[in-house]
Design a protein around this ligand. Structure first.
Ligand code: PBG
Ligand code: ZN
Length: 325
């Protein structure tokens, strides 16, 4: 028995490579991009160094870089010029992410485009659905048809994958039916069904200009204290027809990623969110920790059971891989 001789397998680099259990590949990564409707903007998000809001007319350059680095999929978030009570910009056929998708498909047809199906970037109140004036809360069932319209317009623009992040009950059923009825049976749904009401989304809301103008999202996003509830969300999304499951945030929720992995055969996606990015980036830039922590964080998400990772570090990781690090 070799119980007391663990170091045998750690002796040389090749030996360690041979027994490594978890690997990170470029194809595991999904890169988020914030697209603004205004022209000529390439503005760094103050709370997310290295991440920019980018205009449609400058998007091609960004996508050229992304493709050259070997990133195989992107997810677009939109910053529209105008917002209204009902989030019309989300389901406009020439809305900002719809146009970003068309442009991407024109220049890089193979690059997978994922579109986020939600209203919060397009509503003037910043919530993910319609507000019921009596309760001042988001109304579930009147929001669903608008989400379906959004998903169908995204599919019409050429999206490869629809990723609904709104956390309304029944969104997978409704969006699946809407896609099927409009000739998009072949488009998968990557459900953000396990999404916690997290303070780690703060920098994203700066980047997407989507902070709620009143209240918070705790009546629709999950309580960070709950674990079993994630399994109930998983079960309903599977029954409703989700093709992949996102867990979000990721690093403080590795136990949830593992639970989902153990209870589901679907591909599991970890969303390494904006606040997680901002903390790590800042600590690296301040010289508090080595840049290598990025890889350690990615590997920890994969070890927990994630197949894919949505991360603002995607470019940095590909550069590291290209340098052979
Ligand atoms: C929109 C959405 C959010 C994120 C992705 N889609 C923010 C939110 O719910 O406020 C967060 C992503 C991140 O923090 O990186 N519903
Ligand atoms: Zn939202």
């Amino acid at each position: 028995m070799n119980f007391d001789r663990h170091r045998r397998l750690r002796r040389t680099a090749n030996m360690r490579d041979m027994v490594r259990e978890t690997h990170l590949h470029k194809e595991d990564l999904i890169y988020p991009i914030f697209v603004v409707e205004k022209d000529d903007v390439r503005k760094e998000v103050p709370s997310m160094k290295g991440v920019h809001q980018i205009s449609l007319n400058l998007l091609k350059e960004e996508l050229d870089e992304v493709a050259a680095l070997g990133i195989k999929s992107v997810i677009f978030f939109g910053v529209p010029n105008e917002k209204d009570e009902v989030g019309s910009g989300a389901y406009h056929d020439h809305g900002i992410v719809q146009e970003a998708c068309r442009l991407s498909k024109a220049h890089h047809p193979d690059l997978l485009v994922i579109l986020d199906t939600c209203l919060c970037e397009y509503t003037d109140h910043g919530h993910c659905g319609l507000i019921d004036p009596d309760t001042e809360d988001v109304d579930n069932d009147s929001t669903l048809p608008l989400l379906v319209r959004t998903a169908v317009s995204q599919a019409r623009a050429g999206a490869d994958i629809i990723a609904p992040s709104n956390m309304m009950d029944g969104f997978v059923t409704e969006i699946r039916r809407g896609l099927d009825e409009n000739g998009f049976r072949h488009i998968p749904i990557m459900s953000y069904g396990i999404k916690y009401a997290s303070k780690f989304y703060g920098p994203f809301r700066d980047a997407a200009e989507s902070t709620p103008s009143f209240g918070d999202r705790r009546t629709y996003q999950m309580d960070p204290a709950n674990r079993l509830e994630a399994l109930r969300e998983l079960e309903s999304d599977e029954i409703e027809g989700a093709d992949m499951m996102i867990v979000k945030p990721a690093l403080s929720y590795l136990d949830i990623i593992r639970d989902v992995r153990n209870h589901s055969d679907l591909p599991v996606v970890a969303y390494n969110v904006s606040g997680e990015y901002a903390m790590t980036r800042t600590a690296i830039d301040m010289g508090l920790v080595d840049e290598e922590v990025i890889i350690e964080q990615m590997v920890s998400m994969k070890r927990a059971g994630a197949d894919l990772i949505i991360t603002y570090f995607a470019k940095d990781i590909c550069k590291k891989i290209d340098r052979g690090e």
